[in-house]
Ligand binder design. Structure first.
Ligand code: MUC
Ligand code: MG
Length: 392
């Protein structure tokens, strides 16, 4: 208890010196439904609208910060739905940190962990809002709380996921011509594997060698199917295959990793630190996709990266089609990682018909450019936020 009292005493001093009272006075939430520019298919779901919970934290000095919990197809990619996220933040998670100092990041996360088990997307949304608000209060970038930046831009992948090869080829060529993307992630698993191979080969041939392609099966294959089709992926020059099997199939995934030269990226199979250790020790993949929805917070995502690297895994900045708000939170962490071998896929702001931020996140020279400024360096488009807030 003495430690906590001592710890708690630090923050008001810091705040006073900075002239900013960082006491958390409120956390408001809203559900937002953002139409996408086209259908986006995965093996287990399909979206034409992206739904988020936007958390807005206010501190005693009036500073405001925003965080985002993203979902994909409701409680389909992960177990949290926006309806559940909003309810759990409003009734359990926000009350656990109201009145605390926003700068006590680790202590606040302990309070959130005590208030609710897992609920990673919800907790990450709250912690993101507190990082953003504290940054505004102290006139610091959120990366200052994460060790500072190592990179100001990250090579960014675009996902081809309409399932229509003609449309996907046109889309990819437009991204290449605009110098926005030259690496593409092709979603597999919603067609029969043999049909997926025909579609993939058309895309790869059309892009010739001007682009690098990876594939994401989203758990859609069995080990036997993977054994049958991995050689074709390799022959087509696919650079990696993401989550080919279901999360529990660690041994089967390890057998594939040992049998084929094609690198396997771990996504849905690794949410917790223990999951990362389990997959890494089984050699069930050599790359980890990092996401706030899996780690449950910005500091937790940095820890996940360190654990993965301790086992020799390479790192990739994954997404859940976040708006600019959630993208900026991810970029704060990704820009601070010592290594990020595979870049990222934070294309979310560009697949929405209307983003929730005012364009500070730039896409050019095949990179996403990290926003600069206090907090996450973005400003929320209040008109867009209001227009797409779910009523009732
Ligand atoms: C996933 O499984 O990677 C990220 C990009 C995309 O198209 O789907 C998401 C989730
Ligand atoms: Mg994935």
């Amino acid at each position: 208890m003495r430690d906590q009292q001592a710890t708690a005493a630090i923050y008001p001093i810091v705040s006073e010196r900075a002239g900013a009272d960082c006491t958390i006075t409120s956390i408001k939430t809203r559900i937002v439904d953002c139409p996408t520019t086209r259908r986006h298919r995965l093996s287990n779901t399909e979206v034409n609208v992206q739904s988020y919970v936007i958390a807005e934290a206010m501190l005693a000095d009036g500073s405001i910060g925003f965080g985002e919990a993203s979902t994909l197809g409701g409680p389909r990619w992960a177990e949290e739905s926006v309806e559940a996220i909003k309810a759990n933040i409003d009734h359990y998670l926000a009350p656990a940190v109201i009145g605390q100092n926003a700068l006590a990041f680790e202590q606040n996360m302990l309070r959130l962990s005590a208030a609710a088990n897992r609920n990673h997307a919800a907790r990450a949304a709250i912690e993101s809002a507190l990082f953003d608000a504290a940054g505004h209060a102290l006139d610091l970038p959120a990366t200052a709380f994460l060790g500072g930046v190592v990179r100001d831009r990250i090579e960014v992948i675009w996902a081809l996921a309409s399932g229509d090869a003609d449309q996907e080829i046109d889309e990819a060529k437009a991204k290449l011509a605009a110098c926005e993307h030259r690496r593409f992630k092709i979603k597999l698993g919603f067609h029969q594997p043999a049909d997926d191979m025909i579609r993939l080969r058309r895309i790869v041939d059309a892009l010739s060698r001007s682009a690098e392609c990876i594939v994401d099966v989203n758990q859609g294959w069995s080990e036997a199917t993977a054994i049958r089709f991995f050689p074709q992926l390799t022959e087509m020059g696919v650079a990696l295959v993401e989550q080919p099997l279901r999360p529990g199939m660690v041994e089967a995934t390890a057998r594939l990793a040992a049998r084929f030269p094609l690198p396997i990226m771990i996504d849905e199979a690794a949410f917790s630190d223990t999951d990362i250790v389990c997959s890494a020790r089984a050699a069930a993949g050599s790359i980890l996709s990092l996401k706030l929805v899996k780690s449950g917070g910005l500091l937790a995502m940095k820890r996940a990266a360190a654990i993965a690297q301790a086992f020799g895994l390479e790192l990739y900045g994954g997404c859940l089609l976040e708006s600019g708000i959630g993208t900026a939170a991810h970029l704060a962490v990704l820009s601070s990682l010592p290594r990020l071998e595979w870049g990222c896929e934070h294309f979310g702001p560009k697949i929405l018909e209307r983003d929730l931020t005012r364009g500070e996140i730039q896409f050019r020279d095949f990179h996403i450019h990290c926003p600069v400024g206090p907090g996450f360096g973005i400003s929320v488009d209040q008109d867009a936020l209001q227009a797409m807030t779910r009523k009732g």
